[in-house]
Design a protein around this ligand. Sequence first.
Ligand SMILES: C[C@H](O)[C@H](O)[C@H]1CNC2=NC(N)=NC(=O)C2=N1
Length: 91
Amino acid sequence: MAEVLDADEVDNRVPEGWEREDDEIVRVYEFDDYLKGVSFAQSVGEVAEEEFHHPTITIRYEEVEVRLTSHEEGGITEKDIRLAGLFDDEF
Ligand SMILES: C[C@H](O)[C@H](O)[C@H]1CNC2=NC(N)=NC(=O)C2=N1
């Protein structure tokens, strides 16, 4: 079981573009076309399935919000930090 990181650890380690909100990390990715956002969400989902660690994905017009937390551990862990970077690689 991965350890839950404290707020300072998270703030120091989230990749650029991500922010901590309570016990989640979040990033809003912007697109100039709705369907590009949909396609990105699909890519995020595929990475999440490969890693078996799943974000909350919200698709809006020209933006996609991705939220990560480790439900079983009850907070933000290294798994969330690592996946944030993998999702950024899809952007
Ligand atoms: C049974 C449990 O849902 C699974 O082990 C996985 C699935 N995906 C998951 N995703 C996230 N974000 N947190 C989890 O704790 C988690 N657990």
